[in-house]
Design a protein around this ligand. Structure first.
Ligand SMILES: *Cc1c(COP(=O)(O)O)cnc(C)c1O
Length: 487
């Protein structure tokens, strides 16, 4: 029997409450006399529940949840690594968690120092001159970068506004460039998954404001011609923006600033281990080379002999991207992560992330096509096209993976791979866990040939079977319906 949790409205019982108030010691007044009619409404239909009903309801719901703390979560391009619990302890310190954003500089020296040092660490990790911690997510960091590109060219009296975006870029890249008022020009990939140099040479010119490169790209590959690509763009006066959301592959080994990148955003909630997903808070700091630093969002955290302070005196800044100082506690978690791992630890992160991805790739390629089959970085993209020949789609394969307790990988992305299956194991998984996952994928490939229905109708072992995801998004029915709840 499936036990499905009713909604709070189903659990409601008339007259039940979760609180009690002391007897009133002032005369009662009818509400009608105090409240103008337009504010009065009856029959709101709010659920009436006791405290224990509420606690049990939400605790049961939380137990249906799936997360990195319960199971392997190889969601490509998302870096769902384990988040060390020491980060949470540090972020919960009351001096940090309860600090008010309007606190004076003198009262917030510790927090300002933490942000100042984090700016410094991130500048060193990326090989850049200056960092703004303001952007609240990777995509907002990209938008920040594009606004800076635009401001840079405008300051030079140059109206160029084309941004070249390879077809292997993350989907947010063209969206961010467009939002910043730039004109997006798509750039094709070559047979080895890198930027097609001939195409780049024919498109780059006096109109090129920038190129946006996801590094490593969404195929999990580091473009072998990266330095040539940045060189071609620089020669025509364009800037190189790198999407550094996947820095997990490069930490402590390669610095984007050394590879010709002018601007880069990092996703602290991926690479630097703050819990994310489900729309939770993130942080997408932007790092800039010397010539672009004046355009960073103000204020930056600065230091003078009087202490740490917020530097608003930045006349060329593009202005604020967000209220206050970004998602501060995400910054604290990233700081705790960097300090607890140290330089050697961060270098091991990227080493193990790349090793894990290549180990998994070496096991999976026995049964699945890998269109760009080279050694990968932190992730790789397989294809379910061989299984599709048996009527089993990549979506079915990933639903079947849920029966074995794994979160489905990213699917149908990047668009240049048919039936794409994008897998990122991260460095925090053991070899045993990777083997369990590879075994499941190989078994599903065998099932696709021998008993395709089993895969097509998956999942079988989860609380709910296959959902109609389109209907769920377009025509949500939020009322409790016992007939849908199983026997
Ligand atoms: C996750 C990701 C983004 C978007 O980051 P958000 O924080 O979700 O806005 C951008 N680019 C790449 C390569 C990513 O992996």
């Amino acid at each position: 029997m499936k036990i499905v949790e009713p909604t709070v409205f189903e659990l409601s019982a008339a007259g039940r409450t979760g609180f009690s108030l002391p007897a009133s010691d002032v005369p009662e007044q009818p509400l009608d006399e105090l409240l103008p009619a337009r504010y009065r409404r009856s029959g709101l239909g709010l659920p009436e529940m006791s405290e224990i009903d509420v606690v049990r309801h939400f605790t049961r719901l939380s137990q249906m949840n799936f997360g990195v703390d319960t199971n392997f979560y190889p969601l490509g391009s998302c870096t769902m690594k384990y988040n060390p619990k020491i980060n949470e302890e540090v972020a919960a310190l009351s001096g940090l968690a309860e600090l008010h954003p309007y606190q004076s500089n003198e009262d917030a020296q510790g927090a300002l120092r933490l942000m100042y040092e984090l700016q410094d660490f991130l500048a060193e990790i990326t090989g850049m001159a200056a960092v703004s911690l303001q952007p609240a997510a990777g995509a907002q960091g990209e938008l920040t970068g594009m606004l800076m590109v635009s401001a840079y060219h405008r300051a030079r009296g140059d109206a160029r506004r084309q941004v070249l975006v390879p077809d292997s870029a993350h989907g947010t890249n063209p969206a961010s460039a467009h939002l910043a008022g730039m004109e997006v020009v798509s750039l094709s990939s070559d047979a080895r998954g890198g930027v097609d140099l001939a195409a780049l040479r024919s498109l780059a010119g006096s109109e090129t404001a920038a190129i946006m490169l996801t590094v490593p790209n969404t195929l999990g590959l580091l473009d072998e011609n990266l330095c040539q690509v940045t060189d071609i763009v620089h020669r025509c006066g364009g800037l190189v923006y790198c999407d550094g959301a996947n820095l997990n592959a490069l930490l402590g080994r390669a610095r984007l600033g050394d590879l010709g990148c002018d601007l880069v955003q990092m996703n602290l909630h991926k690479t630097f281990s703050a819990p994310h997903g489900g729309g939770g808070p993130g942080a997408g700091p932007v790092a800039a080379r010397e010539h672009l630093a004046p355009f960073l969002p103000a204020p930056l955290v600065a230091w003078h002999p009087g202490g740490y302070y917020l530097d608003y005196d930045r006349p060329q800044s593009i202005g604020r991207m967000r209220a206050f100082h970004g998602n501060f506690l995400v910054l604290v978690k990233a700081y705790a992560y960097i300090r607890s791992l140290g330089a050697e630890g961060l270098r091991r992160v990227s080493g193990d992330a790349v090793l894990n991805a290549n180990y998994l790739l070496s096991r999976v390629r026995q049964a699945y096509d890998v269109p760009y089959d080279e050694s990968c970085m932190h992730e790789f993209v397989a294809s379910g096209r061989r299984q599709k020949a048996h009527g089993v789609r990549t979506l079915d394969i990933t639903k079947r993976l849920m029966d074995f307790g794994f979160h489905p990988p990213t699917v149908y992305f990047p668009l240049i791979v048919e039936e794409a299956l994008m897998i990122e194991p991260t460095e925090t998984e053991s070899r045993q866990e990777l083997d369990r996952f590879a075994d499941a994928l190989l078994r599903i490939a065998a099932e696709a040939e021998q008993e395709p229905r089993k895969v097509q109708e998956a999942p079988h072992a989860t609380r709910f079977g296959r959902m109609d995801e389109v209907a769920a998004a377009r025509r949500p029915r939020l009322r409790w319906q016992p007939e849908l709840a199983g026997e």
